[in-house]
Design a protein around this ligand. Structure first.
Ligand SMILES: Cc1ncc(COP(=O)(O)O)c(C=O)c1O
Length: 347
């Protein structure tokens, strides 16, 4: 129970102001900050700045802090692993890498076995999906969605279409045709009289307009989509959309790639948001909440899609031993875990 609350609201306070000045001198201006909050520490849902101001954290690191700040099980997993070893390059093997991949296979919404490629971030998971889709299909083109966010490296940036500033100056980025997201309340397309709902309108538009006049379906390797659009405004597609999109992909041999970097890891009540539509994707991209803040991403692909050969892709930190934080995170989400104790200062 909270009996004492720190109420000083000198924001940014003197220590924060001093750090902001140092930050401005040396940290890249490319970062877009949203507030002059200088973190000191956090616990569960609370964060404290360097001047002792206390906040409730509604940001959760943009969907990263799946277990709150410094959940004891996650901290313990990191500490125990760090004492054993922090790094062994992905040229070798270790147990946590296999255990996490097994766990992701277990929770992947695939009928068949999953294969897992671990990375360091969401954008890297998306890059892996782009490369695998190209390799597997032998095709070069993709469809993306207006309002989508998939990362900022050049492959994923080709799909990101949420803020022009993120693309401006980095063109040309080729190979992605953008279509409207099925946002029924702000439709970019006129509904046809025959369509049941706006989800059907968008799929018909892809089939009848995009595939006829812009890009041939035989050239399309994959359709990359957020099951619920995040940066685009937390948009939930109508019920018909994903089943129809899946059928469209099946008709043309196109891979359905879902970017669950924001929506995954039980954030919508199921491990993966796409499960709400009963649709099986071909590839899932994950990151953010999967390891409670330890940089980790992953591409989970149906085994029959994962046809690339040994050494076709890789990285230095993939399967990072601190991935053990992810096993702890998934355990807390699945089995409840013990709640994070509040900071002493607030009790
Ligand atoms: C849906 C989605 N995909 C990909 C990314 C990129 O992830 P990262 O910032 O870890 O590269 C984000 C990040 O916000 C995201 O929301």
């Amino acid at each position: 129970m909270l009996t004492k609350t720190i109420t000083r609201l000198d924001v940014p306070g003197p220590k924060a102001r001093a750090l902001l000045a140092r930050d401005r001198a040396v940290v890249s201006h490319a970062y877009g900050r949203v507030a002059d909050f200088v973190m000191d520490h956090g616990r569960g849902t609370e964060v404290f700045d360097v001047d002792g101001n206390r906040y409730l954290d509604f940001m959760a690191g943009i969907a990263v802090n799946a277990t709150g700040h410094s959940h004891p099980q996650v901290v313990r997993a990191i500490q125990e692993q760090a004492e054993k070893f922090i790094h062994i390059s992905s040229d070798y093997y270790h147990e946590n890498w296999v255990r996490l991949s097994e766990k992701l296979d277990e929770i992947a919404p695939f009928e068949e076995q999953a294969t897992v490629f671990l990375a360091n971030s969401g954008t890297e998971a998306v890059e892996a999906a782009i490369k695998l889709a190209r390799y597997h299909t032998g095709r070069t083109q993709f469809l993306g969605f207006m309002g989508g966010f998939h990362g900022r490296t050049l492959g994923s940036l080709g799909f990101t279409a949420s803020k022009a500033v993120q693309r401006r100056g980095f063109m040309p980025i080729q190979g992605v045709t953008h279509v409207p997201y099925p946002y029924a309340y702000r439709p970019l397309l006129a509904m046809q009289p025959s369509d049941e709902d706006y989800g059907e309108t968008v799929v018909n538009y892809i089939e009848k307009v995009v595939f006829k006049s812009l890009v041939a379906p035989e050239d399309v390797a994959g359709i990359l989509i957020e099951p619920i659009q995040g940066e685009g405004g937390y948009v939930v597609p109508p019920p018909s959309f994903f089943p129809l999109l899946r059928e469209l992909c099946n008709r043309h041999g196109i891979l359905l790639i879902v970017d669950e970097v924001q929506t995954g890891v039980a954030r919508t009540g199921k491990w993966w948001a796409i499960e709400h539509w009963g649709v099986e994707p071909d590839i899932i991209c994950t990151a953010k909440g999967i390891a409670s803040g330890v940089p980790l991403g992953g591409m989970i692909a149906r085994q029959s899609v994962s046809t690339w050969p040994t050494s076709a892709h890789g990285n230095t930190y993939g399967g990072n031993p601190l991935a053990r934080a992810s096993l702890a995170t998934l355990d807390v989400l699945e089995n409840g875990g013990s709640p994070t104790p509040l900071c002493k200062a607030t009790i």
